[in-house]
Design a protein around this ligand. Structure first.
Ligand code: ZN
Length: 65
């Protein structure tokens, strides 16, 4: 439930194209999972997993929900 609300919130604040650029790798993403990750961390899923440890990622998600 919480996750769903968060996704809806992100869809409202994200650009209409729903395309978000990762500040680390510069790739653009349009899929929900990467958008959520980019919204919380400014990193795509791949960069987040490479650059951040799991507790940091979980904290970012929890803080913003
Ligand atoms: Zn990236």
């Amino acid at each position: 439930m919480k996750q769903k609300k968060w996704e809806e919130h992100l869809k409202r604040i994200l650009p209409e194209s729903e395309e978000v650029e990762c500040k680390n790798c510069g790739l653009k993403f349009t899929d929900d999972y990467n958008l959520i990750c980019l919204g919380a961390l400014d990193l795509c899923l791949l960069c987040a997993n490479r650059n951040l440890d799991k507790p940091t990622i979980e904290r970012a998600y929890n803080v913003k929900q």
